[in-house]
Structures are given as C-alpha cells and as structure tokens.
Design a protein around this ligand. Sequence first.
Ligand code: GLU
Length: 296
Amino acid sequence: MKWRALAVGLLVGALGLTACGKEGAPGGGGSPVVNEPAASNVQVAGSATFERMKQRGQVIIGVKNDQPGLGQFDPTSNTYSGFDIEIARLVASQLGFSPDKIKYSVVQSAAREDAIARGDVDYYVGTYTINENRKQRVAFAGPYFVAGQGLLVREDETAVTGKESLKGKKVCSANGSTPLQRVQRQQLTEPNNIIGFQTYTQCVEQLRNKQVDAVTTDDAILKGYAAQSPEQLKLVGQPFSSEPYGIGLPHDDKALRDKVNDVLQQSFQDGTWQKIYDATLGKSGSPSGPPQLQRY
Ligand code: GLU
C-alpha cells in the first residue's frame, strides 16, 4: 500500500513537473501566433523552388525539434512551436501554404547545407547563422534575428564565468555549428576538451551528467534550456559573437530569396514580427525588435 502511494505520488509529481515544464517553456501550443488565411494566387516568377512546392501541394521546411522557444516538437500534442517555427509558418502562409500544407523535416546543424542543396527541404528555419562560408552553398534571406554565442553551465559552477575561463574545461557544442568552430579557432580550450555532438540536447545531457563543464552555442538557444531547468542550469558571461539568423534557401533561387525578404520586411514593419517574438522567444529572453534586413 505504502509503495503504491509512493508510486502514485511519484507519478503525480512527474506529471506536475511535465505540465510545469511545458507551461514555463516559451512557445506555448501548436496553433500559429499569426492565424490568417494563407495568401492566394501567389506568383514567384522564376523560382524553381516555388514551382516544386506548388506541384507538390506542400511545403517542406527544415527545422530543429529540440530547441525550446525556437523550434521544439511536442510529441504529446504532435505540434511544433517556437520563434523559428512561427517565422517558418509566416513565410509559408505568405507563399500560399496553410499550416496543414506544411511538412516539417528535422535537420541538424551539420546537415543543413546538404539538405538544402539536395532539395530535401524547400527552405530552412532553425537558428541558422548567415555567413560567407555557408553562402557558397546556400542562399539566405534575412536576418530575422541576431543572437550571440553564450555559455551554459551547471547552477553550482563557479570556475566557468565567461569565454576567458574555458582553458582546461570540457566544452560541448553541435557539430557543424559556428559556436563549435569559434571555440576551435580561438583556442578557447584544448582540442581534446572540445566535444561535438549532433544536437545541443545531447550536450545539455552531458552537462547534467558532469561529462562536460559547459555547453556553448547561441544565447537564444541556451536561454531556452535554462528556462526549463532554472534550478540546475544557468548562463554565464557576456555574449561573444554575432549570429544573424537567416532563412536558408537553394543557392541560385534569387526570386524566392527576394520574395522571402519581402515577407520578412513586411512583418518587421506591420508589427507581425514583434507579435511573434513576444509570444515565443521574448518570454524567456529580453525585449527585442526586428533587425536590419541584408538583401544581396
Ligand atoms: N547559429 C549557430 C549556427 O548556425 C548555432 C546554432 C545552430 O547550430 O543551429 O551554427
């Protein structure tokens, strides 16, 4: 009887925790923040990618599924939520695709250029930093947000206080990411102390299990993990890079890039961007406004 009571207690506790975690996590439920009918009779003259989507009757968007506040999948409700997801939906809607015509495809950091170049996804929205190296293989619309590289540590950590304190510490990041490359290039710790995984979730797991001392990536991502476990995890130091987020597109589809930039520009001006930010990232981050678009 006692055991049973304990088991029930544990179960209730676990459920409470789950509900709590969900409520506390930014992003909320699965319905779009911007819930307007999809645009009709959309034309994007000269865009092979747009033609492909139209033929298919569906848009395939590359996303992340484990970044709370940005791109997160909830298996219970079978929905995606977060700032990136809302931006992805807004673009889809302006291209004429309602939420039921969207197929999300999870693509990790190291696989993005390949997925876009192969045409596995029509476009990609997932904490994807615009840089010259990536521009060799894909195109970017945006930026639609600017993050900065940060550090996530265990709550009781005292030795890791910022970028300069990483020597001799084990630092985890995602393979193929700009933060991992920066730690290597700037030799912030020794090569054998730099640990790469496919996802940041794996890194956070390593941090909890004391296999690493810090997780490094964009502060926007780290804040989402910290908000889920404020008693266990915290961010330290000042952001030490600029990570302008772009929407990844096929390299030569200038017509679609221009169109997506128009959609972003419009959302910056009419308050839609702000509405999306406030309902998602803004909940665990600090107040922010839209960035300056960089058309090319
Ligand atoms: N924004 C950085 C990047 O694009 C880190 C986040 C990520 O891996 O998605 O590499």
